[in-house]
Design a protein around this ligand. Structure first.
Ligand SMILES: [Cu+2]
Length: 843
C-alpha cells in the first residue's frame, strides 16, 4: 500500500484504526518521547541561563515568567483531537456517494438491460457512450424537513444519484443527465432523465464535459503543431517535436461554443518551463474540434505578432519568403526563467530563521466533529458538510443556538473574464464549474494551508478515470482572531471588559488548472451569530504576451509577459431560513434630509441636515436583482415579518458586503451573453424552488447563447413576500495584475467576502454569553490594580504536543471497479490538474 497519513485525530474521529501503521505509531511515540526530553532539556536551559537565551532569541525577559516554578512538573497539553459531535439526525442527507454506492451505480448502468452501450470512461473515445459523472443528488427540502422533524427512520429521504452520460455514439451525439434511484441498487431502482432543473432540452455534444484525453489525440500534433514546427524554433525560440524534451507546450482558452453548433477555441503557445502560465509566446491558432471524429478536427487560423493567416501553408509561405514581420524571441538560453518559480530568493530577513507563532488549543479542541457524517459543531453552531464535483464544499442545515439559519450555503460558479490585444486573452471567459472546482481540490499543505492543529476531513469525487479521494480535502480549525469581538473600558460596575474573538474556520482549496488562482473557500463562524464567507486567490496568473500594443490591458511583469486585466466573480447560493421559511426581503436606504423643528431656534439656525432611514420590502422577484447602493448607503436583509424580537422588530439576517464586493465590469459580451447573468449584480433574491437548485451548470461555460441554466429565468414576476427565499450573493475582484503577482498572486489583497449577520434577530448581542471573556472592576483604593473575573477560564500552562512530521501524498485513486489504482505518474497528475492549459504534444 502506498504511504498515507497517520490517523489525524484518531481517538475522536472514529474508524481510523484500519489506517494505523506500526512504523508511524512507533515513530510518533518516539517523536513524542524525544520532544518531551528536548522540551524539558530546553526548559532547564532556560532556568539555568534565562537572560542569555532570551537575548539569543530576541526576547525580552518578562516579570510574568515564574522562574521559580518547577517546569519539569508541567503536563503535556491536551491532544488536538476533536470530540465527537452530536448531529441533529443520525444521517447526512447531503453526503457524497460512497465508493461502494458509486461502483454499484456504475455496474448497474453498464448492465446490458440498461441498453446504454457504454464504454468505460478511462478508454472511451469521443465517439463512444460513456459515463461522465456519478454523484449524489440531494433530496428535496420538504423531504429533509419531514425527516428532521420526526427522525422517523421510515421518513429518511431516499438516496438518488445524478448521472451524466456522454452519448457520443448516438445518431445525434448529445449529453444527458439522469436520476438513478433509490439507492442502494435494488429491483425498485429506476433511471429517468433529469430535465426539470434545466432550461434546455438536451446538452449539445459540442458543449460536453471536459476530458483531458481530447487534447492528446495524435491529430492534435499532426494537424495543429507539425505543419508549423519549422517556424517554432525561429519565432518562439523552442522545439515542438512531440518528444519528452519539447521546450514548447500549448494551452487552450474558452468558451468552446456559443450555442453548441461548434466546438472551436484559441490555443496559445508557451514555454515548457516551471510557471509556464507566465510564459506565453506570440503565436496563436484558432482550432475546430467539433463533433466526435478527431480526424475532422482542423486548424482555422494562425495569428503571429498581430498578423493573421487562414492556413498553415500561407503562414509558412510568409515565414519562408521574408514577408512575415518578426520579433526576436527571448529564448531559454538568453534568460533566467527562475523568476516564475516559487524558489526562495533574497537575503534572509531578521529573525526569519525562527519559526513563527503557532496556535495551540492547550486544553483540547473546542469544536466537535463527526467524521463519518461530516458534521461539525462549535459554540452553539452546528452544520453538515457536502462536497461535489462541480463546486466542492457546501454547508447544510446551519443552526445557531438550536435555530436553523441557513439551509444551504454553496458556491455556484466562478467566472474570470480577460482582456487583451491578442486572440487568447481577449476571448477568454472562464466558468470554472466546467472544470470541476470540487474535482480540482487536492490535499492541503498541513501547517501552511491550515494551522497545525486543524482537523482534516476527506473529500471524494467521481472522474471518468476513477474515483478520487483526498484525505485532507477540507480542514476545520478554531483560531484567535487576535482582536476582541467586543470590549469597553469603563469605570461603572460591570462596564469594563472584553469577549475574546474566537472564530471557527472551515476551508477547502481548489487549484483549477493551476492557472489563475488557487481559491480558498473559507466559511468563518463568529460567536455573535455571524457567518463570514471569504474567498482568496493565489497561484499563477493567466499571463499574456507583452508588446507595445498591450499597454491598455495590463501591466508588464517581465520582458515579454503582461499580467492581463480580468474580473473574477463568484456566486454563492444562500438559502436563508430566518425564524422559519416564510421570509421577506427588506431594503434599507439611508439618505440626507434637511429638517426644521420648533426647538431648533438656537444659535445654529432652524435647519438641520442629517440622515434618515427608509425601509421598504421588495415584494417581487423582478425587483430583486440588486446592487449595493452608492457609498453603501443602505443594506439588504432577509427577515421574517411575522416573527419579531422583544422590541417588536422583525427578526432578520443581513447580507453585509465584506472585502471587494464587486460585480462583473463587462455587460453584453457574447462569450458571457446569458450563461452568467448573476454576475451583473451584487446579489439577487428569488423564491426557492427545487427546480432552481443552482445558478449555473457545468455546461453553461460552452453555451453562453443557450445556457442550460439561465439565471434571469428565475426572475419571472413571482412574489417574494413571506416566501421561502434564496439569496444569490457574489464576491469577486477586479484583478489588475502587477509585478507583485509574480510568481503568485497574494491572498491578502486578492480576497473578497460577505457576511450573513443577525439584524434584530436577537434581543441583544448573544456573544455576551461567552465565558472566554473578562470583566474588570475599578480598584476601591487609589493605585491598586483592577480586580477581574475571567469566569474561571484562563490560559493553561502545558507543553504542546509535537507537530507531526511533514508529509504530503498524491490524491488516492480508485478505479471504476472500486479497486485501489496504482500510484499516478507525475505526468498523469499534471494532466489531471492542469487540464488543457498545458498540452504537451505527443507523437
Ligand atoms: Cu485573477
Amino acid at each position: 500500500m502506498a504511504g498515507r497519513y497517520e490517523p489525524l485525530k484518531s481517538d475522536s474521529l472514529g474508524n481510523n484504526a484500519q489506517n494505523l501503521k506500526p512504523r508511524g505509531t512507533v515513530a510518533r511515540r518516539l517523536g513524542i518521547g524525544f520532544a518531551i526530553v528536548l522540551t524539558l532539556a530546553t526548559l532547564s536551559v532556560i532556568r539555568i541561563h534565562p537572560s542569555s537565551l532570551s537575548a539569543d532569541l530576541g526576547l525580552k525577559s518578562s516579570s510574568n515568567v515564574d522562574s521559580s516554578s518547577d517546569n519539569s512538573a508541567v503536563k503535556t497539553c491536551a491532544p488536538a483531537s476533536a470530540p465527537i459531535a452530536h448531529p441533529p439526525a443520525p444521517i447526512n442527507p447531503w453526503a457524497s456517494l460512497s465508493l461502494d454506492e458509486t461502483v454499484q451505480v456504475q455496474k448497474w448502468l453498464e448492465h446490458p438491460k440498461r441498453n446504454l452501450n457504454l464504454t468505460r470512461g478511462d478508454i472511451a473515445q469521443p465517439s463512444d457512450n460513456h459515463i461522465y459523472m456519478i454523484e449524489a443528488y440531494y433530496p428535496s427540502k420538504a423531504d429533509v424537513f419531514g425527516y428532521f422533524s420526526s427522525l422517523d427512520p421510515a421518513a429518511i429521504p431516499s438516496r438518488n444519484a445524478r448521472i451524466t452520460i456522454h452519448h457520443g455514439s448516438a445518431d445525434k451525439p448529445m449529453v444527458k443527465d439522469y436520476l438513478v434511484g433509490p439507492l442502494p441498487i435494488s429491483s425498485t431502482t429506476r433511471m429517468k432523465p433529469l430535465t426539470d432543473i434545466y432550461h434546455t432540452e438536451d446538452i449539445p455534444f459540442n458543449a460536453r464535459g471536459f476530458d483531458a484525453r481530447d487534447w492528446t489525440v495524435p491529430q492534435f500534433f499532426s494537424k495543429m503543431a507539425a505543419p508549423l514546427a519549422e517556424a517554432f524554433k525561429d519565432l518562439l525560440g523552442g522545439i515542438v517535436a512531440g518528444l519528452p524534451n519539447d521546450t514548447l507546450i500549448t494551452g487552450g482558452s474558452g468558451p468552446f461554443s456559443f450555442d453548441g453548433s461548434f466546438r472551436r477555441l484559441w490555443i496559445g503557445w508557451r514555454r515548457n518551463t516551471p510557471g509556464f502560465f507566465l510564459h506565453p509566446l506570440n503565436l496563436y491558432q484558432y482550432i475546430d474540434v467539433s463533433g466526435t471524429d478527431p480526424s475532422k478536427w482542423e486548424q482555422l487560423k494562425v495569428v503571429y505578432n498581430h498578423q493573421v493567416f487562414d492556413t498553415s501553408e500561407s503562414f509558412m509561405e510568409a515565414f519562408h519568403n521574408g514577408s512575415l514581420q518578426r520579433i526576436a524571441p527571448v529564448t531559454e538560453k538568453d534568460a533566467d526563467l527562475s523568476w516564475s518559480t516559487r524558489k526562495r530568493i533574497g537575503a534572509q530577513r531578521d529573525l526569519d530563521h525562527l519559526p513563527g507563532p503557532r496556535s495551540i488549543s492547550s486544553s483540547g479542541l473546542r469544536f466537535r466533529v463527526d467524521r463519518d457524517l461530516q458534521y461539525v459543531s462549535w459554540m452553539g453552531w452546528g452544520l453538515y458538510l457536502g462536497f461535489n464535483r462541480d463546486m466542492g464544499l457546501s454547508l447544510w442545515d446551519i443552526r445557531f443556538r438550536d435555530e436553523r439559519i441557513v439551509y444551504e450555503l454553496a458556491p455556484q460558479e466562478a467566472i474570470a473574464q480577460y482582456t487583451g490585444n491578442d486572440p487568447f486573452q481577449s476571448t477568454t471567459a472562464w466558468l470554472d464549474r466546467y472544470f470541476g472546482m470540487g474535482l480540482s481540490v487536492r490535499d492541503m499543505i498541513p501547517g501552511y494551508d491550515c494551522p497545525h492543529e486543524a482537523v482534516y476531513l476527506p473529500a471524494t469525487t467521481f472522474a471518468t478515470k476513477g474515483i478520487f479521494t483526498r484525505e485532507r480535502g477540507i480542514c476545520v480549525f478554531e483560531h484567535d482572531s487576535g482582536r476582541p469581538l467586543t470590549r469597553h473600558l469603563g469605570y461603572g460596575e460591570n462596564e469594563f471588559g472584553a469577549v475574546k474573538g474566537y472564530e471557527l474556520v472551515i476551508r477547502s482549496i481548489s487549484t483549477v488548472g493551476n492557472y489563475d488562482y488557487l481559491v480558498s473557500f473559507d466559511y468563518i463562524f463568529h460567536l455573535d451569530g455571524t457567518i463570514e464567507v471569504r474567498l482568496s486567490a493565489s497561484g499563477y496568473l493567466q499571463a499574456g504576451f507583452y508588446d507595445a500594443e498591450q499597454g491598455h490591458y495590463g501591466n508588464r511583469i517581465w520582458e515579454t509577459t503582461i499580467g492581463s486585466l480580468h474580473d473574477h466573480v463568484i456566486n454563492f447560493k444562500v438559502d436563508l431560513d430566518v425564524a422559519g421559511t416564510s421570509n421577506s426581503l427588506l431594503k434599507i436606504t439611508t439618505s440626507q434630509e434637511i429638517i426644521t423643528q420648533p426647538w431648533y431656534e438656537d444659535d445654529w439656525g432652524d435647519e438641520v441636515i442629517q440622515q434618515k432611514i427608509t425601509r421598504e420590502y421588495i415584494d417581487n422577484e423582478d425587483d430583486a436583482l440588486l446592487r449595493f447602493p452608492t457609498n453603501f448607503q443602505g443594506s439588504f436583509a432577509v427577515v421574517n415579518q411575522n416573527e419579531t424580537n422583544k422590541w417588536g422588530v422583525p427578526r432578520g439576517y443581513a447580507i453585509h458586503p465584506g472585502y471587494s464586493p464587486v460585480h462583473n465590469t463587462i455587460v453584453g459580451s457574447k462569450r458571457l451573453l446569458n450563461n452568467a447573468n448573476w454576475a451583473r449584480y451584487n446579489l439577487a433574491v428569488s423564491r426557492r424552488k427545487e427546480t432552481e437548485p443552482s445558478s449555473s451548470s457545468m455546461w453553461n461555460f460552452n453555451l453562453p447563447g443557450a445556457p442550460p441554466v439561465d439565471f434571469h429565468k428565475f426572475f419571472d414576476g413571482e412574489s417574494i413576500a413571506q416566501e421561502d427565499l434564496v439569496a444569490w450573493v457574489n464576491v469577486g475582484m477586479h484583478h489588475l495584475p502587477q509585478a507583485e503577482d509574480a510568481p503568485n498572486t497574494r491572498t491578502n489583497t486578492a480576497a473578497s467576502s460577505f457576511f450573513l449577520t443577525p439584524v434584530n434577530y436577537f434581543d441583544y448581542d448573544v456573544s455576551i454569553e461567552s465565558t472566554n471573556a473578562i470583566l474588570l472592576q475599578s480598584p476601591e483604593k487609589p493605585g491598586d490594580p483592577f480586580s477581574h473575573d475571567d469566569y474561571g477560564v484562563r490560559p493553561a500552562h502545558c507543553i504542546p504536543e509535537p507537530v507531526a512530521p511533514f508529509e504530503y501524498f498524491p490524491v488516492q485513486i480508485f478505479d471504476l471497479d472500486g479497486k485501489r489504482a496504482p500510484p499516478a505518474t507525475v505526468e498523469e497528475m499534471r494532466r489531471a490538474a492542469e487540464l488543457y492549459h498545458r498540452i504537451k504534444m505527443e507523437l
